[in-house]
Design a binder for this molecule. Structure first.
Ligand SMILES: [Fe+2]
Length: 226
């Protein structure tokens, strides 16, 4: 099965219902989001009724959507997908540590395979969460920082992990943004409208191999040039 983090698919910021539907039609089984979930009009209502497009579970009780999806893999095994926001250097309504244990229990009651998209800024927090959940979920996949890290591993308890799965998008850029615009904003501190770059498009992610009981056996980096 295929999980896509789609939080920046709408020109580099947010997602629209139409683009979410397109990802699902193109083969994504579940779409996860992140700190840019609500950037686009109309996405709140869509998330309120979607079972396959999920937003961080700790996005707060007042925001529409859910943080857990349960789907069937091609071989019929149930797979639960969780989306959780980190709290370091991000404006996160509820600490991930406060909700993650109950959330994992809820997921495990419904599916043997549990995949966590931990959308977080700090490498330390992503590694800590992967360690905390070792043996309880199939994989903890870091997203948000856009740069694929060289630490894909299966931990002793059988949970695969990586600090960041990388970015599918233009790599001739500053994490997707036209480099000149990103640098101008950093240098001058003046407002600069960002637009997505175009060069060196790559697909990045990870492939996780697990058994039907949810234990991970392998995790491989995926990096495909356009
Ligand atoms: Fe993000």
């Amino acid at each position: 099965m295929c999980i896509v983090n789609g939080e920046n698919i709408a020109d580099g910021a947010g997602i629209t219902p139409k683009l979410a539907e397109r990802l699902l039609a193109d083969g994504a089984d579940v779409v996860t989001l992140g700190n840019h979930t609500y950037r686009r009009d109309g996405i709140g209502n869509y998330l309120a009724s979607s079972t396959r497009v999920i937003r961080p579970a700790n996005a707060g009780a007042l925001t529409p959507g859910r943080g857990l999806a349960v789907v069937e893999a091609r071989n019929g095994v149930k797979v639960a997908v969780l989306n959780v926001l980190g709290s370091l250097f991000l404006d996160t309504p509820v600490s991930p540590w406060e909700i993650v244990d109950e959330l994992v229990d809820e997921a495990r009651a419904q599916a043997p395979v549990v995949i966590v998209d931990f959308h977080a800024e700090a490498t330390s927090e992503k590694i800590a969460m992967a360690r905390w959940l070792d043996g309880r979920v199939t994989a903890v996949i870091g997203t948000h920082t856009h740069v694929q890290t060289n630490d894909a591993r299966v931990q002793p308890g059988g949970t695969a992990a990586i600090t960041d799965a990388g970015m599918t998008g233009p790599h001739d850029s500053v994490i997707g943004v036209e480099a000149e615009l990103a640098i101008r904003r950093m240098r001058t501190r003046l407002p600069v409208r960002f637009s997505p770059a175009e060069g060196d498009v790559r697909l990045e992610g990870v492939v996780i191999d697990c058994s039907d009981d949810g234990r991970a056996h392998g995790i491989e980096l995926l990096r495909v040039p356009a």
